[in-house]
Design a binder for this molecule. Structure first.
Ligand code: TXA
Ligand code: MG
Length: 333
């Protein structure tokens, strides 16, 4: 793979990245969740390149990345109602961080970025490289995860090289992502926020901050309906090999060729059943499991195991995002 586009996040390279973005080029950018494929969100040409590079359906809107809550107010409309302003105040306590809010959009953003819709997802990422780049740009960055559509999201710069290296002008290398799963997405509604995607911030923490129960609108796909968050297709984050969930799927008969992704170390007698074992955390810490999940899925997918068996956990906190990704990655449709 061509790694020539990899760049250390020096001041000079950050300046060059901002210039490339001004010229409607694409840049791979680290965030705390996953790497993003960034483009100038006010340019239809740049945004069009994002959809083409990822082979992403045109009806799936992009998230805008901005440097501050004040910038979020500039590019989204949050002051039209008192309830919205109040919810915006609550949400922005989580910034910079892995929380995306969906609000009415402003007219300056390319309608391609919002897939023609009148709402927009916005967040302030918690990564020094992303923030340093955003501060250099006069425009928000539209950035989906930097993977070909439906494949596993990238959590290192090398993952971006492997999947999209020939489609971007530069990839800023900010090291491995510390959160490891994408942002939580909520839509601000008069009746209170609605959960559109489980992610790096647990629903419990949001409920506490907003002082109300947060209902989930995460759905299985139904081709006859428009989805509340169009990117939430059931099959997503998918390895090319079958992914089986412990306690749900039966162990294949040819167990000796199966790879095993374990959340904590396995007993030797258990580990011996599998061709290869990847251990995500030495003590089953779910934050660490989330951080290492996508890299392990990629490694297992690229190894010579026939299928992959993975642990499951409860839906609490970050566990909800972990199980959402695992269920989608194991889905056959
Ligand atoms: O953590 C993240 O959010 C990462 C990093 C790069 O910031 N980005 C990311 O983008 O996960 P992407 O494109 O892979 O996922 C964005 C999700 C999609 O499911 C999309 O449908 C949803 O956000 N989305 C974007 N705008 C929306 C809107 N206006 N209304 C509802 N859902 C929206
Ligand atoms: Mg994605």
């Amino acid at each position: 793979m061509d790694a020539s586009c990899l760049a250390a996040p020096t001041q000079a390279n950050l300046d060059r990245a901002a210039d490339l973005l001004r010229q409607d080029e694409l840049v791979g950018v680290p965030t705390e969740t996953v790497y993003g494929l960034a483009a100038n969100a006010t340019s239809a040409i740049a945004v069009g390149k994002v959809y083409a590079a990822k082979n992403r359906p045109g009806n799936n809107p992009l998230i805008l990345h901005v440097a501050s809550a004040a910038d979020a107010q500039r590019w989204g409309q949050v002051d039209t109602h008192r309830w919205m302003m109040q919810q915006f105040e609550c949400a922005s306590q989580f910034w910079p961080g892995p929380l995306t809010i969906v609000v009415p959009r402003s007219a300056n953003i390319s309608s391609a970025a919002t897939a023609g819709g009148d709402s927009v997802g916005i967040r302030v990422p918690n990564h020094p490289v992303a923030l340093a780049l955003l501060q250099r740009c006069e425009f928000p960055l539209a950035a989906p995860s930097a993977n070909p559509s439906n494949y596993i999201s990238p959590t290192t710069a090398q993952h971006v090289v492997n999947g999209l290296g020939d489609r971007v002008r530069m990839i800023l290398d900010g090291g491995p992502c510390t959160c490891g799963v994408e942002s939580t997405i909520i839509r601000l509604d008069e009746a209170g926020p609605t959960l559109l995607r489980a992610g790096g911030i647990g629903v419990e923490a949001l409920q506490e901050a907003f002082g109300c129960r947060i209902e989930s609108a995460i759905q299985r796909p139904d081709p006859s309906h428009r989805m509340p968050s169009p990117g939430q297709f059931q099959k997503h984050y998918s390895p090319t090999k079958p992914l089986l969930i412990c306690g749900v799927d039966p162990m294949p008969e040819s167990a000796g060729t199966v790879g095993r992704i374990a959340f904590a170390p396995l007993a030797d007698s258990d580990a011996a059943l599998f061709q290869q074992v990847w251990t995500l955390s030495q003590d089953g810490n779910l934050g660490e499991v989330a951080r290492n999940l996508f890299a392990a899925l990629r490694e297992a997918d690229q190894s010579n195991v026939s299928s992959i068996m993975i642990d499951a956990c409860s839906d609490e906190g970050i566990g909800k995002a972990i199980m959402d990704r695992i269920n989608r990655a194991s889905s056959k449709s």
